[in-house]
Design a protein around this ligand. Structure first.
Ligand SMILES: NC(=O)C1=CN([C@@H]2O[C@H](COP(=O)(O)OP(=O)(O)OC[C@H]3O[C@@H](n4cnc5c(N)ncnc54)[C@H](O)[C@@H]3O)[C@@H](O)[C@H]2O)C=CC1
Ligand SMILES: C[C@]12CC(=O)[C@H]3[C@@H](CCC4=CC(=O)CC[C@@]43C)[C@@H]1CC[C@@H]2C(=O)C=O
Length: 257
């Protein structure tokens, strides 16, 4: 899809990979609709991108909030062509810790934001995309890009909920692409390795440094949000990519424990 003057909804837009995606899609000429639950940092995004962007405080886990956000995007820009799911949380706990089972509040939160939140955006964005005229050459009406994680294959200690949510994102990619193919809508997920964002800044430095030192092949550093965003842009522009999950992880391979 040619991105010039298209409308891209990005969740998790106030930080990290979502913010990087907003910048890259805007640089390609798209108008940006940034969703996040962090109102203050959304204001900074709007200030940076000016009239090319609108923002809305949206909780992706909340159906009514997502519907209202997509309605706002339609009212402001008249269409949705691209949806990028980056909103996510990484709360962790061991399956049993000090004799106590994994708190279900933590499980439910992680699944609600990472998995149900992704599907909420997919559902409402797809309805909006179906209203687009098909592209004259390709028949394309839209593209949906989700963020899974290397943890979908190789979750670490304490990551049962996070890894399950990200495996869920990977798992829905093919059936949703099948559902939407007849409407000219593609669905592709990305499985990032370790990227330098606020989420990773929340890890103990020893943990992130040990992943970088021992588990990343080359280049031996964390990824930058612009490197993730370059892949988002490529997926949006390359109409032949569909129904798959692409890793961008510098060859990260985790040890058993
Ligand atoms: N940074 C990394 O190394 C990796 C990140 N990921 C995934 O990439 C995505 C983006 O993460 P980062 O940019 O690293 O994190 P981040 O913490 O910098 O950004 C996440 C954004 O999501 C927003 N958010 C959280 N819950 C929300 C909700 N219910 N509704 C709306 N917005 C919400 C936050 O306010 C924040 O702005 C996440 O899904 C994460 O799981 C996956 C693999 C590696
Ligand atoms: C740290 C975190 C969860 C993970 O363990 C993954 C990491 C991204 C790089 C990875 C790739 C893999 O193949 C294995 C898993 C992992 C090390 C994730 C970034 C954010 C996740 C987190 O829990 C943050 O707090």
């Amino acid at each position: 899809m040619q991105l010039q003057d298209k409308v891209a909804v990005v969740t998790g837009a106030a930080s990290g990979l979502g913010l990087g995606s907003c910048r890259a899609l805007a640089a390609a000429g798209a108008r940006i609709v940034g969703f996040d639950r962090d109102a203050d940092r959304l204001a900074a995004l709007r200030d940076a991108l000016g009239e090319q962007a609108m923002t809305a405080v949206v909780d992706v886990a909340d159906e009514a909030s997502v519907k209202a956000g997509i309605d706002q995007a339609m009212a402001a820009f008249g269409a949705v062509h691209v949806a990028v799911n980056c909103a996510g949380v990484a709360d962790s706990a061991k399956t049993v810790s000090k004799g106590e089972p994994f708190p279900l509040t933590t499980w439910n939160k992680v699944i609600a934001v990472n998995l149900t939140g992704t599907f909420n955006i997919i559902r409402f964005a797809a309805v909006a995309m179906m209203r687009n005229a098909p592209d004259g050459d390709t028949g394309e009406r839209g593209v949906i890009i989700n963020t899974s994680s290397g943890a979908a294959w190789q979750g670490q200690v304490g990551q049962a909920a996070y890894a399950a949510s990200k495996a869920g994102v990977m798992g829905l990619t093919l059936p949703v692409a099948r559902d939407l193919a007849e409407h000219g809508i593609r669905v592709v997920s990305i499985a990032p390795g370790l990227f330098d964002t606020a989420m990773v800044a929340g890890l103990p430095p020893k943990v992130s440094q040990s992943i970088v030192d021992r588990m990343i092949l080359y280049p031996n550093r964390m990824g930058r949000p612009d490197e993730f965003a370059a892949l988002v842009r490529h997926i949006a522009e390359n109409t032949y990519l569909n129904a798959t999950t692409i890793s961008v992880d510098a060859g990260a391979r985790m040890q058993a424990r």
